[in-house]
Each structure stands twice: as C-alpha cells, then as structure tokens.
Design a binder for this molecule. Structure first.
Ligand SMILES: Cc1cc2nc3c(=O)[nH]c(=O)nc-3n(C[C@H](O)[C@H](O)[C@H](O)COP(=O)(O)OP(=O)(O)OC[C@H]3O[C@@H](n4cnc5c(N)ncnc54)[C@H](O)[C@@H]3O)c2cc1C
Length: 455
C-alpha cells in the first residue's frame, strides 16, 4: 500500500473549513505584499491550537514537507511566500487572549490577533502595545510583527516589537512544544532565545503564544507638522532633534514626491513640499516645551510650521503612503528597501537616494520612521520595461550598500525574506555560518520557511 501524501494526511486531520486545496485559497496563500512573484503551495491549513500546530509540523517532518507560517501576509520582502510543494500554516484564526495581567502591564495572546484589535482590547485598561506599524496596523498579526521584529511610528520613543516580548510558546521544526522566556522584566539568565526567535521570519519555530509587555496610554499628546525647502533640510532637522535628546514619540518624514502621490490618491490638497510629522507624549507643560524646542530646531534647519487642511490628521495621511506609491503610476511595481543607519547619517542617505534615483532616471520616494535612523526608499518601475526594471534594482542595491558602508543594515524593519537575500552576506559576513548552525538546532530537517533570509 502506498504511504498517504501530506495532503491526504492533513485532509484527514482537519475539518474541511480548516484545510483547503482550493485554487483561490492557494492563490491567496501564495503571496504577500511584496512585488515578488507568488508560489503556489500544496495546501493551506488553519490550526486553532498549539497541539494542532505541533501535529502539522510532525506530519511535515515525516514527509520532509516545507512549512511557511502565515499571519496576515502583509510582509513586504517575500518572507511569507511559500515554496513549491509546501504547506501554508495559517495561524490567523488563533486569536484568543490567554491571560491578562493589567496590573503588571502584561498580556498573553495567541499569534493571530491583529495589532489594532489588540490595542482596542487594551485601551479599556488605559494600556497599549506601542510599536504601531504605520500602514498595516489594521491587518498585521502580532505573531507576524514578532517574527519580523516590526516597528512603527511610535518606535522612536517606545522601541520595536522585540523589546516587548517577554515569553513565547513555540513549536520547533521537530514538532516539539516549548516555552521560552518568563514574565520578569529584567533578567540575566542564560541565552536570550526570545531575541533569536523575534525577527527570525518563521525560519526557527512557529510561535503559538506570546506574552507581551505593555505601556500606559500617555496622559496627553501633541501633533505638529513642518515643511522644508529641501529633503536634506528636513533630514538635518531630524538628526538635530535626536542630538538634542528631545523625547519624541513619533517623527515621520515624507518627501515632496510622496506628498504629491498622496494628493493624487486622496485629493488632500497638501502643499507639495518635503515635510515632517511629529508627535509628543506626556503631561501638557512638557508637551508645550518639547514642541517649542522642536519648532526652533525645524526653523533653524529652514523649516516652517505646516498647517494641514481642516480635518486632516498627520497619521491618517501617513497611513496611505504605500498605497499612494502603489497607485502613482498605474501598472508599475514597487522596488523597496528599509535601510537603517546611525541617525547622523540621515541627511547623507536622503541626498544619496535622490541623487542616485535622479541620475538613473528612476522615480524614487523617501519616507519613514526617520527618528530611528530608518529610511524607506521606494522606487516604481515598469516590469515590462527590462532596462527600467534593471535600473531601479541597481539603484536599490546602491542604496543598501551605502547604508551598510555607513555602519547600517540591509533591513531595519521588514526583514530579509527573499527580497534582500543577495546583500545579507555583505552585512553579516562569516557569521552567517553560525546562523545556519542555529537554524539546524531549531529545525534539523530544514522544513521551516526554507530558503528565506539565507541559503
Ligand atoms: C501598507 C503596509 C504598511 C506597512 N508598514 C509597516 C511598518 O510601518 N512597520 C513594519 O515593521 N512593517 C510594516 N509593514 C510590513 C508588515 O505589515 C509587517 O512586517 C507585519 O509585521 C507582518 O505581519 P503579518 O501578520 O502580515 O505577517 P506575515 O506576512 O503573515 O508573516 C511575516 C513573516 O513572519 C512569519 N510568521 C508569521 N506569523 C508567524 C508565527 N506565528 N510564527 C512564526 N512565524 C510567523 C512568516 O512566515 C513570515 O516570514 C507594512 C506592510 C504594508 C502592506
């Protein structure tokens, strides 16, 4: 008798509403939000518990079937794209709150909870989970955020996702269930496995529960916006504000082409100039003084307060940035990076991106959570025009190389996935051999999201 295939085995284990080989559902599971071409998996399965996840992993071990864990599929570098003949393990239905300790500012949740849903739940107790991803908070799952170490508009003050993970329940690549970490805020006990799993893009383990540290909702907040003659002036103001130690909660940069794209998409009628959006948190007197200091630094850098049209809010405008770029030139695709580097290098990086884009005749947008020394340089190009497509990739590669040269990283936010694998080695050199060894410890059969980050 022939051994049952992985598809037959999983079909026998899960009810029809939690297992599928339907082409439409496979098509959804084959993609993420990158411009990379999707790959059709064999099947999708929706587990509801850690035990079910472990069962799937064990079945896949026995048939050596690759598994790609999926949250919302909003990743931007292909980390959620499955492999041929693989299974997609979609944890988006694991959405329970397992434990809540508001007095300790902690919560334990399943990985499929969406970021905004979690914060809606927390606000009743005056708490929040801060690393708000700019445009995907309404879709991204917390498991996906942990797995990519996502950051967001408030990460300048509060840090990225990794800083909020206290413990996890994981299923390793052998199907073993284990708990790592604990609920102590300060610890000096052993190797930091939490930090290893955070940002590992589903290559080491499947996360089935997460205990998060939370923050108190600030007493008050103040938002302001500034416009600048040039992109470099705005970048200089950011670097100065950080140097003066201003306690900024959020500082977002938008170049003039992005403002134009936002006007085009949403009809905002904004002045098409480079600008900064700022937010401060704290008691009112502190907000006044922080805001005054920020304003004088912006003015010294050539900026002026920007009055937004009635009813428009900075973060609502910022939310549409990626969509505005996506629709800037119909039929064009995005080529992106999310480099990070020491904050003093921000003006140099912004100038470099625009100079390279202009020299190559490539349409480029720069923006992002720049207070962290993080910059998104997005290009749009026509896939059907091989020369243009190639030029945009060359500019992208030059920008990433420049960031590394300045002491930075290939990815400050979205991870490596498939999109940045080529330059990962330039940043990490021989230490990749150590990473390969770590992967084998967690995933000896190399079935967890293989081919991602490095080969
Ligand atoms: C419009 C837009 C704006 C965005 N803005 C930001 C931003 O400001 N900041 C930012 O950081 N990102 C941003 N992103 C990218 C994306 O939203 C984040 O990377 C997010 O954290 C991914 O969550 P997800 O649930 O969609 O994960 P997915 O895309 O489903 O998965 C991402 C990776 O995590 C792995 N994974 C998912 N769940 C688990 C799990 N339970 N266990 C193990 N591995 C798992 C997957 O295998 C994959 O490698 C944006 C995306 C879009 C489309």
């Amino acid at each position: 008798m022939m051994a049952a295939s992985i598809v037959e085995k999983l079909a026998g284990l899960f009810p029809p509403d939690r297992f599928s080989t339907h082409p439409d559902l496979l098509a959804v599971a084959s993609k993420d939000e990158s411009s990379l071409v999707g790959v059709t998996p064999l099947a999708v399965v929706w587990p509801l518990s850690t035990a079910e996840v472990a069962q799937v992993v064990r079945e896949c071990v026995s048939t050596r079937t690759p598994i790609t864990t999926r949250g919302a599929g909003s990743a931007l570098e292909g980390s959620t794209i499955p492999l041929v003949n693989g299974i997609v393990l979609d944890v988006s239905r694991m959405t329970r709150v397992l434990n809540y300790w508001p007095e300790d500012l902690q919560i334990e949740i399943e990985p499929g909870i969406i970021y905004d849903h979690l914060n809606n739940h927390l606000k009743r107790e005056g708490l929040f989970f801060p690393p708000s991803p700019g445009g995907s908070g309404d879709i991204a799952t917390v498991g996906g955020m942990v797995s990519t170490n996502a950051s967001g508009i408030y990460s300048v003050k509060y840090g990225g996702t990794r800083e909020y993970v206290l413990s996890m329940e994981i299923v390793t690549g052998t199907g073993e269930i284990m708990r790592i970490g604990n609920r102590a805020i300060k610890r000096s006990s052993g190797y930091n496995l939490i930090d290893l799993i955070s940002g590992s893009e589903g290559t080491l383990a499947v996360i089935t529960a997460i205990t998060l540290k939370l923050a108190g909702i600030p007493e008050d907040r103040r938002q302001s916006a500034y416009k600048f003659p040039t992109e470099s002036d705005a970048a200089r103001a950011v670097s100065e504000m950080r140097r003066y130690g201003l306690d900024i909660a959020a500082i977002e940069f938008l170049d003039r082409r992005l403002v134009q794209a936002l006007n085009q998409l949403k009809g905002y009628g904004l002045e098409e100039v480079p600008c900064l959006f700022l937010e401060f948190h704290g008691p009112r007197p502190m907000l006044d003084s922080s805001n005054e200091s920020a304003e004088s630094i912006c003015v010294e850098s050539g900026g002026q307060p920007l009055i937004l049209p009635e009813g428009q809010r900075p973060w609502e405008i910022r939310h549409w940035a990626t969509d505005a770029i996506k629709h800037y030139k119909p039929g064009y695709s995005i080529i992106r990076n999310d480099v990070a580097f020491p904050i003093s290098k921000l003006p140099e990086m912004v100038e470099f991106c625009h100079a390279q884009g202009d020299a190559a005749g490539v349409v480029i947008f720069t923006f992002g959570h720049v207070g962290l020394g993080l910059l998104h340089a997005l290009m749009v190009a026509d896939r059907k025009n091989p020369q243009e497509w190639q030029r945009a990739h060359e500019v992208n590669s030059m920008i990433i190389r420049k960031a590394i040269e300045l002491g930075g990283t290939v990815s400050g936010e979205h991870g490596i996935g498939l999109g940045h694998k080529d330059l990962f080695g330039l940043e990490h050199g021989v230490s990749i051999a150590l990473m390969r060894g770590i992967k084998k410890q967690f995933d000896p059969y190399l079935i967890l999201n293989p081919g991602k980050i490095f080969d």
